[in-house]
Design a protein around this ligand. Structure first.
Ligand code: PNW
Length: 495
């Protein structure tokens, strides 16, 4: 490993939160249990050909039933926190206005378990599983969904307001708008092209309204949201056109979603695109969207390298909803994504570039003068891997050294960047959540892309901690010893 557990433990500032993240639809399964209604994903997956392995998430990894065991695994690992999402269709299964008690109770049981294991909860209200009944009324293309989302958030606030340490309203509006409404990569596969900007605006509005709703409920915890940021870089920094192309991507992905939240403005190009999309941005909307936040959640996986001209590297990522990309005349785009040279890749083919996490943090600090405290609410990697016996012990394990390295390198890059003399000094970075606790259902990639610290055998649903889990456990153990010197002497004497 490029960094030892001890060295990394030394780097972790006091109070820095290390956690793991999941989302309801990717882990829970039990899609009919306790009165849950269908989400847009359940509907879309009835046509099984949409996922690469033709899977559905009907069982996912059976977290709904195995939740106590999964929480115990996190306790064993020594994590500080757990980021999970509430399945909206468990709380509002149909068009009715009364929440489903049995759905609400599941998350109370989860919060009980977390409390028992000393894990602080971060609750995400929406991680992509829109109730089907809302989609039938227009889904996120409709402004009304933002209001319904705020009503739902108010119910969560009333119910769990005393118990949740951090509230994350929405996870990655960019992905929902781009993949779900701008293309057919994700449910509900509306493929509205630039029309997806309507969904983007309503998601952001839903965020702002839900912040107001949570505050009105007087919830105790900190309130924020999570945006995915993939910093765009020009393939050739000396080329004016490549630099312009990178700007376009930076604007269409990161700024489109961060500017309204953190500055209360859209990038100027968005206003023209809104007219094309038939979106009316009402007076006061941007004020609502830019409610002051207690923290900002960043999901960082990789940077994006961009070049002008139509390349042979395949289509643009569908998350580009501005008229820049799309299918220009002749089906060719005036810019394209280029492979990041000379780096390792994950099983998805994503480039592993830890330093760009620091670059991104510096960019955030420079663009957003009022940037609140930051948590990396997701970071991680999928690799092709399978369990095998350890050559020395014979114990069956997944030797995911690459994942431990990915996490160690990214944590190091982030902490060095925000530390004294670092290039992102001044960013108040408070924590990092590993995506993800255990192998799970990775959306359109089905069960083929595994990001977990814990391996899940889908035939038996058995959980086996991977080498990365044991490595992270060691990091957290070292940290604990440093924080409690008296205890460490006692432990040292005992062993
Ligand atoms: C996230 N990018 O999506 C999601 O929040 C998770 O549900 C998902 O399982 C995880 O990443 C892994 O795919 C992403 O543009 C969306 O870099 C966009 C990007 C990365 C991840």
């Amino acid at each position: 490993l490029s960094i030892s557990a001890r060295v990394l433990a030394d780097k972790l500032p006091a109070g820095f939160v290390v956690g793991a993240a999941t989302s309801s639809y990717q882990v829970e399964g039990a899609v009919h249990a306790d009165g849950r209604g269908p989400s847009v994903w359940d509907t879309w997956l009835r046509d099984r050909s949409v996922t690469v392995d033709r899977s559905t998430a009907d069982d996912a990894v059976d977290h709904y039933r195995r939740m106590p065991q999964d929480v115990a695994l996190m306790g064993e690992l020594g994590l500080d926190a757990y980021r999970f999402s509430v399945a909206w269709p468990r709380i509002f299964p149909d068009g009715g206005s009364r929440p489903n008690r049995r759905g609400l109770d599941f998350y109370h049981r989860l919060l009980d378990e977390l409390e028992q294991h000393g894990l602080a909860p971060m609750l995400t209200a929406f991680h992509w599983d829109t109730p089907q009944h809302l989609e039938d009324d227009g889904g996120w293309m409709s402004r009304d969904t933002a209001l319904r989302f705020a009503d739902y958030a108010a119910v969560l606030g009333r119910e769990y307001g005393e118990r949740v340490r951090w509230w994350c309203t929405i996870n990655e509006p960019a992905t929902v708008a781009g993949n779900g409404y701008g293309s057919e990569l994700h449910a509900p596969a509306r493929n509205a092209g630039v029309g997806a900007l309507r969904a983007a605006h309503h998601l952001l509005l839903g965020h702002g309204l839900s912040v107001q709703a949570l505050r009105a409920e007087g919830v105790r915890g900190a309130i924020g949201m999570s945006n995915v940021h993939s910093p765009a870089e020009p393939a050739n920094p000396d080329s004016v056109l490549d630099r312009a192309a990178a700007e376009v991507i930076e604007t269409a992905t990161n700024r489109l979603f961060a500017d309204p939240v953190l500055l209360g403005t859209y990038p100027t190009a968005v206003h023209a695109a809104a007219r094309v999309a038939g979106l009316k941005i009402r007076d006061g909307d941007l004020e609502t969207i830019s409610q002051p936040l207690d923290f900002y959640g960043l999901n960082y996986y990789m940077p994006t390298l961009v070049a002008a001209g139509s390349g042979d590297d395949g289509p643009l990522p569908a998350s580009l909803v501005l008229p820049s990309g799309g299918d220009a005349e002749g089906g060719r785009s005036p810019l394209h994504i280029v492979e990041w040279p000379d780096v390792r890749r994950t099983a998805y083919g994503w480039p592993v570039v830890p330093d760009h996490l620091g670059v991104m943090l510096a960019r955030m600090r420079d663009r957003y003068p009022d940037l609140p405290p930051v948590y990396i609410t997701e970071g991680g990697a999928s690799f092709d891997e399978s369990p095998g016996p350890d050559p020395e012990t014979g114990v069956v394990q997944v030797h995911d050294t690459r994942r431990a390295e990915y996490l160690g390198d990214h944590l190091t890059a982030a902490l060095d960047a925000v530390g004294p003399g670092g290039h992102a000094e001044g960013v108040d970075l408070r924590g990092y959540f590993v995506w993800t606790l255990m192998d799970n259902w990775e959306w359109a990639a089905g069960y083929r892309q595994t990001f977990g610290l814990v391996h899940v055998d889908r035939a038996t649903m058995a959980r086996t901690p991977k080498a990365s889990y044991h490595w992270l456990r060691k990091v957290l153990q070292h940290r604990r010893r440093q924080e409690t010197p008296a205890k460490s002497t006692a432990a040292g004497a005992a062993t």
